[in-house]
Design a protein around this ligand. Sequence first.
Ligand SMILES: [Zn+2]
Length: 263
Amino acid sequence: MNTSRYLDDLRANLLSPREGDWNRAECIAAIQWEIRMSPHFLLHSYCDLPAEAVVDQSFIDALEQMHVELTAFLSLSAHTKRERISLETTFTCFILQTNASRQFGEILSPNVLFYVMNPTIGSLHSEFHMGRFRHELAHLLWGQAYGEAPPLFMEGLAEYAGYRGVADELTVPVMATLTEVPPLTDIVLADDYWKHGEWSDRYRASGAWVQYLVERWGWEKLKALFLLTEYADTQIRDHFAQVYAQELETVEADWRDGVMMTS
Ligand SMILES: [Zn+2]
């Protein structure tokens, strides 16, 4: 199999609005990855551009440091079996650097991340990509322990962690566009709404929402919600009410009021 053919397929596919149909398994098998390993990461990297060497020891060290910070931020400990498994998991990452028009991270299985980036737009160590890696690693760490939830909560959790809960990065920018966010009950399950389109602001709104939940009720309720629900959970409103003892609409109204009072 010819590596460049798969890269051509991938690049061509990235021009379409969704990362959809490229053959992940064949592409990954065809590439000659450079491999590095650390306690929590098995890293595969490949760069088909004449860029500086990319995934070096300092990058692995940065990921390990991120793991420590996220473990604390997400309030994970080794007290429960699930959290112990999450903290001991070695995550497999594929980092593909190519002349792509879109840059994205995709979780292929609960402990595998595939990340496509264009190093001519921003270097691996830039705050942009480190923020993205923090977002994806939050999905992996939290997901090992607590599983999935509808997109609003799932992306919100990763965004909240990705921005380390900094209000200036979450609530403050969301204030300006809050009226454009439809009622959460309409979009809680809408994968397309959160993942495509003007996604940066939308992701941020989901992050501000989870920030509100955690700062008001703490991590334990959010953990309980994730354990009770799943990605395409049509009963999410019931499950939310069961955990938070309030209707989603009521809490959403409080959240919107709270965002508008941010200064
Ligand atoms: Zn995400």
